[in-house]
Design a protein around this ligand. Structure first.
Ligand SMILES: O=C(O)c1cc(=O)[nH]c(=O)n1[C@@H]1O[C@H](COP(=O)(O)O)[C@@H](O)[C@H]1O
Length: 238
């Protein structure tokens, strides 16, 4: 995976996506379609975005029994997206089934979508891990353990915060993909995110890809902000 900046298209409907993308001219992007947009618009939104040449992370965070996940992934593979995800909390067998489903569903001649596992959401705190999930371990160790299980289950990488990237790359594999949301430009509100980082810090910490939503989609000039964040992420100072 090259090191993309993935824009989270967290919009309620297609018309808003089109309005947003209209300022990007002919630039091809790496975009993320999540639950909000996909549940409203369905698979045709994927076809639209692919037609425009964009790469797609379909973020539906599957978390169910292995058989259900396998069959759902079989269907999702037919959409020919670049990246999909599951919750690592679903366990080893579920993650193995996700890969089986993707492999059996991949269209002949196409590449299987990469599959990554959410370790702990970037909105999760140490206190939540202890008090709500009843896991009596350091959050970083939980992320690492879930990452190891995902690796052993044949997944291609994880979703984690930028702060856990080094740990994962050092203790699991430097090739294991680390996609990091929770990205904020200095001065932006964190909103519901907790384990946040600037694009520059994410780069420094070695993230494979950053996911940026509201900092770009909510900006007065989204295209200019995208170009600025991209420069920060790529370490271009001029
Ligand atoms: O899987 C994800 O993409 C994801 C995992 C995670 O731990 N945290 C997280 O924020 N995300 C997604 O990344 C995006 C972040 O959006 P902003 O907070 O607006 O930048 C949202 O679409 C989330 O659904």
């Amino acid at each position: 995976m090259e090191r993309p900046l993935i824009i989270a298209l967290d919009f309620s409907e297609r018309i808003k996506v089109n309005q947003f993308l209209s300022s990007f001219e002919s630039e091809t992007l790496y975009v993320k379609v999540g639950m909000e947009l996909f549940y409203k618009e369905g698979p045709s939104i994927i076809d639209d975005l692919k037609e425009k040449g964009h790469k797609i992370f379909l973020d539906l965070k599957l978390h169910d029994i292995p058989n259900t996940v396998k069959k759902a992934m079989h269907g999702l593979a037919k959409l020919d997206v670049d990246l999909v995800n599951v919750h690592a909390a679903g366990g080893r067998s579920m993650m193995e089934s996700a890969i089986e489903g993707l492999e059996s569903g991949t269209i002949a001649g196409k590449v299987r979508p990469a599959c990554i596992a959410v370790t702990q959401l970037t909105s999760t705190t140490q206190e939540m891990v202890k008090d709500e999930l009843l896991i009596n371990e350091e959050l970083r160790d939980v992320v690492l353990h879930y990452g190891k299980t995902a690796f052993e289950s044949g997944l291609d990488g994880v979703v984690c915060s930028s702060h856990e990237v080094r740990l994962i790359q050092q203790q699991i594999s430097s090739d294991f993909i680390t996609v990091t949301p929770g990205i904020r430009i200095k001065g932006d509100a964190a909103n519901d995110q907790v384990r946040i980082a600037t694009p520059e810090l994410a780069r420094e910490l070695g993230s494979t890809a950053i996911v940026v939503g509201r900092s770009i989609t909510g900006a007065d000039d989204p295209y200019e902000t995208y170009k600025m964040v991209k420069k920060m992420w790529e370490g271009i100072t001029s």
